[in-house]
Design a protein around this ligand. Structure first.
Ligand SMILES: [Zn+2]
Length: 414
């Protein structure tokens, strides 16, 4: 078996039977090629990039000791675009909590399908559409994403996740000499303390969290080595996208605006860490003993904020040479302050979604709920129908044997 076939077989196990898997080359002048080419140039080993269409929201890298495969997917970009629209959008505050809750359930439902928890995934997707009257007005359709103007926001939305995965391959090489890497422990410790001091949690729980996170076998996201790995991969993404966005925008005859770039790096990073929290919580709710993971949610909220601090420091460092440093620092502080509010909204909604699923575990549905009428499945806007169609198709891709999902599929196919 050649390397391409080996990676294809390994990735296939992650993305389900029906996803289309295509290797993407970095050999032309599209923004994606520019990012891939620059990433491959700075990686410590050969990297192939794979695109999955019609699959779950996957974005990860796999290493086999000599080479790396990075996977990114259409579904991931679609969900990220919806979450990105919620982050930093002050004009839609009133509906933000509800949309964030529904989006959390959608993400959880798809991660649960991948974990083989099909019945729980069905509960999540049904709750995500129940009595839905408000919809995020942006990027529901794939074409909306494809036809976006190429600018700082486009580069970040499309490629921050890819850059982060490249960041995992760069982190031992290119970033090891960075001041952020050499002072990592000191910066991270004070960031964790600061984030914890701002959260309204009992002091005993905060102490327990820090104690557990430092034990060698800890899988918490604030365990020093995993936190270091993720923070440096984020910084790697900023560095790769800095270079690649300049190049892509130059081809269009314009200069990159660093202020817009910085804002996007901070905001899209929050969206990506939100996905990591969803994955962690999907594992928690599907565990037979979920309460043993109570610290996971708190740890992930802290990690999101610490990662934000690191990206801010990197951006300050790369920007300060051209601008007045007091101005840069105040500007970045204001952005981080606004994003911390959004992190809280996203994490609260994710927590509420997880609580809903833990309760519904006790009362698993044996039939589809009576409110799920054909009129809802075939709704006029098509939004609810699309959500359910994507879900059923993904469940089929993971060979579901859940009879309620089959019943839902018949309702949609009819
Ligand atoms: Zn990562």
């Amino acid at each position: 078996m050649n390397t391409g076939d080996m990676w294809r077989a390994m990735l296939r196990m992650e993305v389900g039977a029906k996803a289309a898997l295509v290797p993407v080359e970095g050999n032309n002048l599209t923004p994606m090629s520019i990012v891939i080419r620059n990433g491959q140039k700075s990686a410590k080993c050969p990297v192939t990039v794979w695109w999955a269409d019609d699959g779950p929201p996957s974005m990860f890298c796999l290493e086999d000791g000599t080479s790396t495969a990075i996977l990114f997917s259409t579904r991931c970009l679609q969900l990220d675009a919806q979450a990105r629209w919620l982050v930093g959008n002050t004009s839609f505050r009133a509906g933000a909590c509800e949309l964030a809750y529904r989006l959390s359930l959608t993400r959880l439902s798809e991660h649960l399908l991948m974990l083989g928890q099909h019945r729980l995934a069905l509960s999540a997707v049904l709750e995500s559409i129940r009595e839905q009257t408000i919809f995020a007005p942006f990027c529901r359709r794939w074409q909306d994403l494809e036809y976006l103007e190429v600018d700082e926001a486009y580069m970040a939305l499309w490629f921050f996740g890819l850059g982060h995965e490249f960041g995992h391959v760069l982190s031992n090489g290119a970033l090891s000499s960075s001041p952020l890497a050499s002072r990592f422990e000191e910066i991270a410790e004070s960031a964790v303390t600061k984030v914890l001091s701002e959260l309204i949690w009992p002091i005993q729980i905060k102490r327990l969290l820090v104690e557990r996170a430092h034990s060698a076998e800890s899988s918490l996201s604030i365990h020093p080595s995993s936190l270091r790995e993720e923070c440096l991969a984020d910084v790697g993404a900023c560095s790769l996208l800095h270079e690649s966005s300049q190049e892509a925008l130059q081809l269009l005859g314009r200069e990159m605006d660093f202020a817009s770039f910085a804002w996007e790096m901070l905001a899209v990073g929050v969206v990506r860490s939100f996905n990591d929290s969803a994955l962690a919580l999907a594992r928690v709710v599907s565990d037979p003993n979920p309460t043993s993971h109570a610290l996971t949610a708190l740890s992930s909220l802290v990690a999101v904020n610490v990662r934000l601090v690191f990206r801010r420091l990197y951006l300050e460092h790369s920007w300060a040479t051209a601008k007045d440093s007091a101005y840069v620092s105040a500007y970045l502080d204001a952005m981080v302050g606004q994003l911390q509010e959004d992190c809280k909204t996203l994490e609260d909604s994710m927590g509420a979604a997880a609580r809903f699923l833990l309760l519904s575990k006790e009362t698993e549905p044996t039939i589809l709920p009576s409110w799920l009428k054909p009129s809802i499945v075939g709704d006029i806007t098509g939004e609810v129908r699309t959500t359910l169609k994507v879900f059923v198709s993904l469940a089929r891709s993971f060979s579901t044997d859940c009879s309620e999902i089959h019943a839902l599929g018949s309702l949609i196919d009819a």
